[in-house]
Design a protein around this ligand. Structure first.
Ligand SMILES: O=C(O)[C@H]1O[C@H](OP(=O)(O)OP(=O)(O)OC[C@H]2O[C@@H](n3ccc(=O)[nH]c3=O)[C@H](O)[C@@H]2O)[C@H](O)[C@@H](O)[C@H]1O
Length: 431
């Protein structure tokens, strides 16, 4: 039996060490009684360490290989080819959210006029990812390569800037949707705040730094009642977490402009709609339900006042995006250091003619030739605002922005696309 003091927990660490040392000495003496045994043990330990290290190396490279959906010579070639500029004075643009609604349209428009475009998208399932895959296929046929990845992946972003010296970033990747923010608040912080900062960190360190144009939102006007909404109006009363993250984005981009000399343009989009749109938006889900004979819920504001939106057609928004890129001016910093002041701009991109939600439904009924089953309910406190209305004189002055599509015409084009994509007797599998 060992002495009692060896069995119980020591009263001080020092005592423990002394007692343990005695015990270990006795064991060492027994084990390494002869020098030849010690030599063999040393050899054994060296061999063991070497095989452990090479096994770790194998595991590391294996997991890198398995988890990487990007990288490699072939991948870099695709990125470079997609980024190639085919016009005099053209730009090479990294478009985040390229498989999204606005992202896919902007990518196509840039490519068509000869600019280099590389897309980035995480293909999340906020809405039916098969629609995003279909947009990706469309872009592929126009030689736009979309990298599958998240804007929070700093290594991927750094790699992309290693491969291509992007002149511009069109940042459209975001968690969209006003009401969904109550269900999944963290996804807004992840994409609209953390993701934005990761992207800005990459851009600030890039040499040369790109100019950045990114999607803010009309929702930043929140409870503002002064109409039409001008960029100088107050934006400190957001009505939803979505709006709050977009407003935060405006402040965050301002600091990167101020400290690092990044050229920044924020675009406040007003309820963008059109072909290849987002299934979570009202005009899209109403269309699906009307065709399926299901009821639609139409929200109504205080005192039974109809809600209204400055619905803006996608082609007008695309023109606004391209105009912003063309006039962005250069970032002035390099290697994370500012060399002089750079442009910081914010523009409304709206249509300037709000339409009520019941009118939107009536237009859809006409185009679909089907009567909607309207379920009218008071607007729940879910982050919605009663109306939006853009003053677009700044964008008009700066790059000639002039929307030309009214809701009637735009919805006609949307319905035509919807029916060609899903068919009449369809929609059942759409999310
Ligand atoms: O401009 C923006 O920055 C935002 O535009 C868009 O938000 P919203 O203007 O809220 O569009 P959308 O959901 O189509 O609802 C339209 C109207 O239908 C009403 N609405 C909606 C759903 C419903 O079931 N019933 C209903 O009446 C509803 O109350 C509202 O009055 C983008 O989704 C958002 O990502 C952001 O980009």
């Amino acid at each position: 039996m060992p002495p009692l003091e060896d069995q119980t927990f020591p009263s001080t660490p020092g005592k423990f060490k002394i007692e343990r040392a005695h015990t270990m000495n006795r064991q060492l003496y027994r084990c390494f009684a002869s020098t030849s045994t010690m030599f063999l043990w040393a050899l054994f330990l060296i061999a063991l360490t070497a095989s452990y290290l090479s096994f770790q190396g194998f595991v590391d490279s294996g997991s890198r290989y398995l988890s990487a959906s990007w990288g490699g010579i072939q991948w870099e070639k695709q990125v470079r080819t997609s980024a190639q500029i085919h016009r005099q004075g053209g730009m090479s643009v990294l478009v985040t959210g390229a498989a999204g609604f606005v992202g896919s349209h902007v990518s196509l428009a840039l490519k068509r006029r000869g600019d280099g475009v590389v897309g980035l998208d995480n293909f999340n399932d906020y809405y039916d990812p098969s629609l995003k895959k279909a947009r990706k296929s469309l872009l592929n046929t126009h030689e736009v390569f979309i990298v599958e990845g998240d804007v929070n992946d700093a290594k991927l972003l750094a790699k992309l800037f290693d491969v291509v010296a992007f002149t511009h970033v069109m940042h459209l990747a975001a968690q969209a949707g006003v009401r969904y923010a109550m269900e999944n608040p963290q996804s807004y912080v992840h994409s609209n705040i953390a993701g934005l900062v990761t992207l800005l960190e990459t851009c600030k360190s890039a040499n040369p730094q790109p100019a950045i144009v990114w999607a803010s939102s009309s929702s930043v006007y929140g409870l503002n009642e002064k109409v039409p909404f001008s960029e100088s109006d107050r934006t400190d009363q957001p009505a939803s977490l979505y709006a709050a993250t977009k407003k935060a984005g405006e402040e965050i981009t301002h600091t990167y402009n101020h400290i690092y000399g990044l050229s920044i343009t924020g675009l406040r989009f007003f309820t963008v709609y059109g072909p290849w749109g987002r299934p979570d938006m009202a005009y899209f889900s109403f269309t699906r339900n009307i065709l399926q004979g299901k009821p639609i819920t139409v929200y109504r504001g205080k005192n039974h006042v109809d809600l209204a939106r400055d619905f803006t057609y996608i082609d007008d928004i695309v023109k606004g995006c391209l105009g912003s890129l063309d006039t962005a001016g250069q970032s002035t910093g390099s290697g994370g250091k500012k060399r002089g002041p750079a442009p910081y701009r914010i523009f409304n991109l709206g249509n300037t003619s709000p339409v009520t939600v019941p009118t939107l439904v009536s237009i859809l009924e006409r185009h679909l030739k089907v009567k909607a089953k309207r379920n009218i309910v008071d607007m729940p406190g879910n982050g919605d605002v009663p109306f939006t209305h853009a003053n677009i004189s700044s964008a008009r002055r700066e790059f000639g922005y002039k929307p030309t599509t009214d809701l009637q015409t735009g919805l006609k084009k949307f319905v035509k696309w919807y029916l060609s994509y899903y068919g009449y007797n369809h929609g059942k599998s759409v999310n």
